[in-house]
Design a protein around this ligand. Structure first.
Ligand code: AMP
Length: 451
């Protein structure tokens, strides 16, 4: 910029010019930063309005959350007041932060010497995956507050769990089986319990844990704050809610339709013998970087993984026949993108929270239509969009129609795929629960052909 042979006058004006540029850059830097700081303050203002500890707000912001989700907006103030809560919402809505931030806030503000072998709060959840996911989130949100937390579930050694509970805990996350085991051996008591969260109550019912849950609840002190979350409200859960909640605030989040709207859904009509070929055809597209495949049986999942591995596609299966260590390894590798494909059964699929799943494939349709929502919801997490392709063979038509009726939408059939098969049977229109969306021209054509 400076010319060595220029006169002192020229050099001075060059210096002045350079200084001006520096001044302007500095002002622009300050301006941009003040804008950034203002933006940060504005964006976090809704979280700040909850009067949560500053460290919690910082942790939440580090997680990349800029504003509370609807369930968080409704639940957090109620829970901070100490009220009971009935939350009708499923995973994917930001439910974990909704119940855990007020608990962390409560114990972070009011630290006490916890009695040995007891816990100030208990979060009961049906699966190991959900339990470790909840624990991971709680540890992230409470970092720096020195809370004592532990997750306990079966399938792994119990001594480390017993040792952790021995000194007393602020937060215990547990699955029912292992918790009952620890209660029976006297390794945990609930004398100091202040807050109880029953998560995924309807899944507990579906998975046959209902008696265990009731047994655990009978051991809890009557004076406590209770939160019950369930995606649906079958009669058993309504009765349970009535029995264990005191004047609860009811919060209902219509997450199902929100999730569905963000997922680009389609159906491949196929001959059973073409399923594997259709799968490879889809996976040939490199855009699908992270693919979650659901199938019916453990055996089926392992066969698909073997076929994928033989074709040099990195894959692993996740089902109840695998040890906990294997399940966690598979999930971690899928999260870290070391695996491109994860093949899961419905039992293991509950609560899988992996960012950026580009595609969900229903290799087999779910038997329970409610699981269709759970499955496809894995790809449209936290407001992102995603793709879901369901394979249907001719015998699946009734099941497909039940699913369509339960979601209130006709799922478009992709006719332009190499293995498309026209079905002779007409789709069966069972009773419609919700208004069915008008199908697109392509869908309509496909449906007409199916008749
Ligand atoms: P959950 O329903 O608790 O399983 O949460 C689903 C996903 O949403 C998780 O990946 C959370 O990290 C994420 N999440 C929770 N709260 C927020 C928020 N306020 N903003 C953005 N993402 C969130």
């Amino acid at each position: 910029m400076f010319c060595a042979d220029s006169s002192p006058h020229v050099r001075n004006s060059q210096l002045e010019y350079a200084l001006n540029i520096l001044k302007h850059s500095f002002r622009a830097f300050c301006y941009n930063n003040s804008l950034l700081i203002k933006e940060y303050r504005d964006s976090m203002s809704e979280f700040k309005a909850f009067s949560l500890l500053e460290s919690i707000i910082e942790r939440v912001s580090l997680k990349g959350y800029t504003q509370p989700t609807p369930i968080q907006k409704e639940c957090i103030p109620v829970l901070i007041k100490g009220n009971d809560l009935l939350g009708i919402a499923q995973t994917g809505t930001g439910k974990t932060a909704a119940f855990s931030l007020p608990i962390i806030n409560k114990f972070g503000r009011n630290k006490i010497d916890i009695q040995a072998k007891s816990t100030r709060s208990l979060i009961l959840t049906p699966t190991r995956e959900l339990a470790s996911q909840i624990m991971q989130n709680i540890d992230d949100y409470s970092d720096g507050l020195a809370l004592k937390t532990k997750v306990v579930y079966g399938g792994v050694g119990r001594q480390a769990q017993v040792d952790a509970i021995a000194d007393g805990l602020d937060i215990l996350v547990a699955t029912p089986g292992r918790l009952l085991d620890l209660i029976e051996t006297g390794d945990i008591n609930f004398k100091a319990l202040e807050v109880f969260v029953l998560d995924e109550a309807d899944t507990m019912l579906d998975m046959g844990f209902f008696n265990d849950v009731q047994n655990i609840i009978s051991k809890l002190p009557k004076k406590r704050q209770t939160l019950l979350f369930s995606a649906t409200m079958p009669a058993e859960i309504e009765i349970l809610a009535e029995a264990i909640l005191t004047e609860p605030t009811k919060v209902q989040i219509a997450a199902q339709m929100v999730t569905i709207d963000l997922v680009n859904q389609s159906v491949y009509q196929l001959d059973k013998s073409n399923k594997v070929a259709a799968l490879f055809n889809i996976l040939a597209k490199p855009d699908y970087e992270k693919v979650l495949i659901f199938c019916k049986t453990k055996y089926g999942a392992d066969i698909i993984v073997k076929a994928l591995e033989d074709a040099s596609i990195t894959a692993a299966s996740l089902h109840s026949g695998k040890t906990q260590a294997m399940r966690e390894e598979a999930l971690q590798n899928f999260k870290a993108s070391t695996l491109r494909v994860l093949v899961a059964t419905d039992v293991a699929a509950r609560g899988i929270d992996v960012d950026n799943i580009s595609l969900v494939i229903n290799y087999n349709l779910p038997e329970d239509p409610r699981n269709y929502i759970h499955r496809i919801g894995r790809t449209a997490r936290a407001g992102k969009s995603g793709m879901a392709i369901s394979f249907a063979v001719e015998n699946d038509i009734r099941q497909l129609t039940t699913i369509e009726n339960s979601i209130g939408q006709v799922i478009p059939v992709v006719t332009e795929q190499p293995f498309h098969k026209e079905f002779s049977k007409a789709p069966i229109q069972t009773k419609k629960k919700k208004q069915v969306k008008k199908p697109s021209k392509k869908t309509h054509r496909a449906r007409t052909k199916r008749k």
